[in-house]
Each structure stands twice: as C-alpha cells, then as structure tokens.
Design a binder for this molecule. Sequence first.
Ligand code: PMP
Length: 334
Amino acid sequence: GRKLLMIPGPIEFEPEVLHAMSIPTTSHVAADFITVFANSLELMRTVWKSPKGQPFIVSGTGTLAMDMAAANLIEKGDDVLVISTGYFGKRFKDILERYGANTTLLEAPLGEVVSLEVIEKELKTGSYKVLTFTHVDTSTGLLVDPKPIAHLAKKYNVLSILDGVCSVAGEEINQDEWELDVVLTASQKAIGVPPGLALLMASQKAMRVWENRKTPVSNYYADWTNWLPIMSAYEAGRPSYFGTPAVNLIVALETSLKIIVQEGMDTRVKRHQNLAKAFRAGIAALNLEILPKTNTIAAHTLSAVYYPKGIDGAALSAKMVADNVIIAGGLLPK
Ligand code: PMP
C-alpha cells in the first residue's frame, strides 16, 4: 500500500507539486519556461527574506550547494571556522578542505550547540575569512540560532555560510536583516520539491568577495562564472544556456514556492513550531527521549528521537514499514 514518508527528506509533496512534475517537458529556452525560472528566483528572495540576494538554482543536491559555496568563496590557504552540531557540519569541513581551506572545527558535545563565547574567542584571533554552520543538523535534530552567529561574523568581518538544507522554508530565516552571506538548501525538504535541485542565496558582499578572487574557481560545474550569467539572463527574460536545467523540477519549484509564499513565511514557521511542540509532547508521553538536551535547541523541521531502550532500531523500522510508515535511522554511530 501507499506508505507515509516520515523521513527528513524527501518529504511528502503537495499534489499540485507532483502534478507540475508531470506537465510535458518544454525547452529550457522557451518563453514560458524563462518566466517560470525568473519567478522561482524572485520567490526564493521572498522565502529567504533576502530582497537584495543573488539566488542560484542549479541541478544537483544539497551537497552541491555546499560545494558551490566553498568552491566560489574559498581560495587555497584561507582560514575557515567550522561550527558543527553533527554529521553535516563535518561534511562542510571535508568540502572546504578540498579547496585548500585551513579549517578549525568547533564541535558541540552531543545534544548541545557551540556557545557564542567559544565562537567569539576563536573569531577574535582575527585570521578567519569564512565561518560555516548548520541551521538544523539532520543527524542530531539540533537547532542553532543563526542571528547571533551572523552578528559575530559581521563584527569580525568574516563571511557567514549557513547550511539550511534542513531548515529553509521551515525554520525562521531572515537573511538580509541578519546579514548572512550565504544560505543554501536543496529541493527535497521544507522547499517541498522532489530531490534534484541545489538552491543558494548569496549576499552582495559574498558576490564581491567572489569577484575579487585572485585565483580561478577550481571546480568547473560549480563556478559562478558559468551560472551567474544564466541566472541574470532568466531574470532579464532572455534565453541562455550553460547546462540543461532540470525543467520539470523547476516547474515544480515555482509551484511549491507559490504555495509557500501564499501561506506566508511567518505563518509557515509558526505552524512548524506548533507541530514540533505537539510532536515532542507525544514523544515525551511515550517516555521516549529526544537527542537535543533542551527544547530550546530542538529543531521544528524534524525530531531526533532515541529508540526505546532494548529495542533494535532496524527491527522497529521494519515493523513500521509493514504498517506503511517509513522513518529514518540515525546517521551518527551512537
Ligand atoms: N546538510 C544537511 C543539514 C542535510 O540534512 C543534508 C541532507 N540530509 C545535506 C546537507 C546534504 O544534502 P543532499 O543529501 O541533498 O546532498
């Protein structure tokens, strides 16, 4: 039978979004598709609350969006502060190092977030060009408050890159007001579109840093030199080509972003907060334990719950599948 998909992503999609996927594929330079692409870029600015941001829509996964941020903003020898609350924080470290970054990892104890004092102490050394952090780390269900960290980055003149794969369009984000330089995500979570799109919003400051690079970007596909003219052409209503876009996914993206904007970001965030609170109350009533140490640092887009003591996770998941509910196991060894 039809199974209820309760994993962090892909999620359950709106029927209108799935229908949009099945509309016969048009040319990526057709006039009506140019409008769909341009609308999607502008709707992203509304969802990210970044009217001044430079959006990118590129075929790939969330990892590509991370790779794109690193490839374009890092030059060999740059110092980067990596703030980690789980598996995906460490993935950013690996990606950054591929581009020659010297990384310093600040890791929170399991179930906690890194304190602002610890972050500021590192930034005070004055050597950092970039800091990265994860809004919601899917492996731990931990929620980090981006606002004070972005504020510290600004204070020490460091670019801030937020992995929002598990948060954008679900948790509160206010990119321009908080002065975050990059906020990136993928299509398959709170954006509400099947997997396959990397979505990224860069501040004007980030674009200036990229323009003033001394060395070329050492990744061909991710290079903004190739993609910025394409984004600009779509917004100007002109046909253009670098790599064939995922036409059907982008039609679905416009559909989903319209649904999101119609609900309103503030309403949508509040709805996620209320549902998370209700879900956690249910979890507590079952005497189960969540991974985050306190509710104030627990995500609203997913909940990470320990398996009941003495119960084998794989066996429980298999039983739930038999009951037509799919859940995800943990990514961390513990
Ligand atoms: N960052 C976070 C926080 C994620 O949850 C994920 C996906 N689970 C990624 C990055 C990587 O995204 P993708 O699997 O689409 O490459």
